[in-house]
Design a protein around this ligand. Structure first.
Ligand SMILES: C[S@@+](CC[C@H](N)C(=O)[O-])C[C@H]1O[C@@H](n2cnc3c(N)ncnc32)[C@H](O)[C@@H]1O
Length: 247
């Protein structure tokens, strides 16, 4: 698989008629010297007072990029509320993470909320994978001010086996149940991992001691495109079929 060709092809997504105006707005953003705070709300402050004109253009740009699914964020005094309060999930995981010096991947990273939170643990590198032009544009918007070295790839979990580097810690949160091929997805994750690497896997589950799973017809919990909802035992059985992974 030639990732460079796929990257080039997907770069063209930025010219789509719903995305191009957002990219133009991004290009026009002022370069502002900022500091940031990585709490439940990812906050960016300016080191210098902002003019009303600059503030309003940042607010208008944030509004153009709606809907914001993951967050929240605060840019200067502009609060970007989001559909999900993503700190609820992140704060459950954080006590189990030690990312210092590790090469981290966030597969299905959305607008990068978790990746920004991870910066506080000083990983060696962070790469986000998500094939969404809108979410990447939201990431680029926030990162314009934070200026992190996070890499955002418009690639999916299926590209992990071919990626140029392996990872020490992989997060795959809220993605598995959306994949029609859960075994292939787990295999792809495993192939993207260094030997002995750790995987944080978050997915819908059903209660029960049996090794069974649901395959909903149209929606699950009113959410479409849900293919696979296992018991923990069923998920463990699948994960254990992959030699690289252990729980
Ligand atoms: C339910 S959201 C989960 C977002 C975040 N990881 C979380 O847990 O809050 C699923 C994400 O997977 C992304 N996605 C869609 N197709 C994907 C693929 N092939 N590989 C990786 N991520 C994908 C979507 O764009 C979306 O951001």
């Amino acid at each position: 698989m030639n990732l460079e060709e796929i990257r080039k092809e997907r770069e063209k997504w930025m010219t789509w008629k719903n995305i191009a105006p957002l990219r133009e707005a991004l290009d026009k953003l002022e370069d502002i010297e900022c500091e940031y705070a990585l709490g439940d709300v990812v906050k960016v402050h300016s080191k210098v007072p902002l003019s009303e004109e600059i503030r309003s253009s940042i607010e208008a740009t944030a509004k153009k990029m709606m809907p914001w699914r993951k967050g929240p964020f605060e840019l200067f005094d502009i609060f970007i509320d989001t559909e999900w309060q993503s700190f609820l999930k992140y704060n459950l995981l954080e006590p189990y993470c030690d990312l210092e010096g590790r090469r981290v991947a966030d597969v299905g990273c959305n607008n990068g909320y978790y990746m920004f939170r991870m910066l506080s643990q000083d990983p060696a590198s962070i790469v986000g994978f998500d094939p969404s032009a809108l979410y990447k544009t939201q990431f680029d918007f926030i990162n314009h001010f934070i200026k992190s070295e996070i890499t955002y790839e418009l690639l999916g979990v299926e590209h992990l086996p071919f990626y140029e580097q392996k990872f020490d810690t992989v997060f795959c949160l809220g993605v598995l149940y959306h994949r029609p091929d859960p075994v292939g997805t787990l295999k792809a994750l495993a192939k993207g991992m260094e030997k002995g690497a750790e995987l944080f896997l978050d997915t819908f589950m059903i209660d029960g001691d049996e090794d069974i799973c649901l395959t909903p017809e149209k929606t699950y919990s009113k959410i479409p495109n849900i293919y696979f909802v296992p018991t923990v035992k069923a998920l463990k059985n699948l994960v254990y079929t992959l030699p690289v992974l252990s729980i």
